[in-house]
Design a protein around this ligand. Structure first.
Ligand SMILES: [Zn+2]
Ligand SMILES: [Zn+2]
Length: 245
């Protein structure tokens, strides 16, 4: 069993510590065939990628792909987009999406929402329900609906760390993700998908993907924790998109 590609790594374009080249070199050392550079979506007010940097990253990656073409590694440009509203909107527009090779979707605190209703619901209610049970069920239903709408609105390759920070109905998300070909991520840096969530999701016809979510070059390709959770849940390894069995 071998990791073919790590499709979730961060660089200095958001809040990672390495350059694109650093991550590529790290991926080569790990024997990966593909690596995706997926910095945080531009809607995050602390560490989102600057919109103006996306074409710059595109050029840099095109150049590096030429340079590394003989070394048997392919570099992809992606973004870990953020949900910005219950209508399933994200912080990437068509012009930006066009420049990417893959598109990830996640939920993170600190995103500028679309209007007051979305702000209160997505970005104020979710952090509160972490500590208080009030509104937990409503939050879960609304979060799930927002994710389902987003994966239908956009061509999302996979949902990053589902259930992290914003709780979701994992079975519904897995079922709907399966219908549109969006995979669910087993993230090595975050504890989602959890063993319990994998057990629920695997009952649906959905694919999984396993990634490091590296924020340092040293972490690129490190997926041990995620592999352990997948194994503990009894997930057949051939349901994980980026493993060579
Ligand atoms: Zn994330
Ligand atoms: Zn990430």
């Amino acid at each position: 069993m071998k990791l073919y590609g790590d499709y979730h790594t961060h660089t200095i374009y958001s809040h990672g510590s390495g350059s694109i080249r650093d991550n590529v070199e790290a991926a080569l050392k790990k024997g990966l065939k593909e690596i995706a550079i997926c910095d945080h979506g531009p809607g995050h007010y602390l560490y989102g990628v600057k919109k103006k940097n996306i074409p710059i990253m595109r050029e840099e990656i095109d150049r590096l792909n030429e340079e590394y073409s003989k070394r048997d590694i392919k570099i992809l440009l992606g973004v870990e987009a953020n949900l910005t509203g219950f209508d399933g909107n994200i912080d990437m527009d068509d012009e930006l999406i066009k420049q990417t090779d893959i598109l990830l979707l996640g939920y993170h605190y600190g995103v500028v929402p679309e209007g007051l209703k979305n702000g209160l619901g997505l970005y104020i209610m979710n952090p509160i329900t972490k500590f208080l049970p009030i509104g937990r069920k409503t939050a879960l239903e609304l979060n799930t609906m927002a994710f389902v709408k987003a994966i239908n609105n956009y061509s999302i390759d996979f949902v990053t760390h589902p259930g992290s920070k914003a709780k979701v109905d994992i079975r519904t998300l897995a079922r709907e993700a399966g219908k549109v070909g969006t995979a669910l991520e087993i993230n090595s840096k975050h504890s989602q998908l959890s063993v319990e969530s994998i057990e629920i999701a695997m009952k649906e016809d959905v694919e999984f993907i396993i990634n490091s979510d590296a924020h340092t070059p040293e972490d690129v390709g490190n997926i041990e924790k995620a592999i352990k959770r997948a194994k503990d849940a009894g997930l057949p390894m051939d349901r994980i998109r980026n493993l060579i069995i």
